[in-house]
Design a protein around this ligand. Structure first.
Ligand code: NAP
Length: 247
């Protein structure tokens, strides 16, 4: 199989896009480590494929990320874990801003840096960050999240230049609204704040997409596989939009 002999690490692999990515990589022959803070969802994903191993790790904890990466020694690193909160900008307190930067930007920094260190001396590697269309354009009420995701795109483009001659490509994937737990939580927040029905709230998010539907997590997983497959050795430093034409 395409990824026989390769090992991969996927942060946030217990749910949503991360679970789809882990299953796709394992299906292509890779040995996959998935991490998150909650062990239960990770173990449920690991139970679906013999090549997936679950590890509890908070990506904002530097020593925990260092230890996990040393144990996994991955060839492919997918910095997927993230979180979103929404509020009007003028009501956003510093703690909320810091929470968004901590998990979405600092956590991705630690994952990619330790991933790059693990790849040192190997002749092939893939560093992939799951950013967002919020890393390419603005959205009302999520300024800290969008700031962090724009930061991820800038970091990826910079690291790609540093590793360009090492056989390691570094890319960001930028999905639009995904059909995952995170979007379900956004729908619940819209229902709570506006009193609209769940179907209305979901339709309002679908309407932001030119294809009028949410992005399936499997589309993100297939983009990861494409970046790990043949013919992409010179695709690096890119922010690849998987958004039905939204960006
Ligand atoms: N949902 C969307 O519409 C959308 C759109 C564009 C981009 N994205 C991005 O796509 C990625 C995946 O999101 P998703 O939609 O699949 O959401 P999700 O189902 O909520 O998955 C997020 C994952 O990240 C993990 N996580 C959160 N904080 C963590 C931490 N500090 N340390 C380790 N793991 C942590 C969570 O597990 P624990 O809670 O157990 O830690 C969870 O498994 C995220 O980076 C997100 O920003 C999402």
């Amino acid at each position: 199989m395409m990824l026989d002999g390769k090992s991969a690490l996927v942060t946030g692999g217990g749910t949503g896009a991360g679970a789809a990515i882990a299953l796709a990589l394992a299906g292509a022959g890779a040995r996959v480590t998935i991490c998150g803070r909650r062990l239960d969802p990770l173990q449920a994903v690991a139970a679906r494929h013999a090549s997936i191993r679950a590890v509890a790790c908070d990506i904002t904890d530097e020593s925990a990320v260092t230890q996990m990466m040393a144990e996994a020694s991955p060839d492919i690193v997918v910095a997927n874990a993230g979180a979103s909160e929404s509020a009007p900008f003028v009501k956003t307190d510093l703690d909320a801003f810091r929470r968004m930067v901590d998990v979405n930007l600092t956590g991705t920094f630690l994952t990619l840096r330790e991933g790059a260190r693990a790849l040192h001396g190997k002749s092939w590697g893939r560093l992939i960050a799951i950013a967002s269309t919020a890393g390419l354009k603005g959205y009302a009420y999520v300024a800290p999240y969008a700031a962090a995701k724009h930061g991820v795109v800038g970091m990826v483009k910079s690291v790609a230049l540093e590793l360009a001659q090492k056989g390691v490509t570094v890319n960001a994937i930028c999905p639009g609204f995904l059909d995952t737990e995170m979007t379900q939580a956004s729908i619940a927040r819209i229902v709570e704040k506006t009193g609209r029905t769940e179907a209305d709230a979901r339709a309002s998010l679908e309407a932001t997409n030119p294809m009028h539907r949410l992005v399936p997590p499997e589309d993100v997983a297939q983009t990861v596989l494409w970046l790990c497959g043949p013919g992409t050795s010179m695709v690096t430093g890119q922010a690849i939009s998987v958004s039905g034409g939204e960006t």
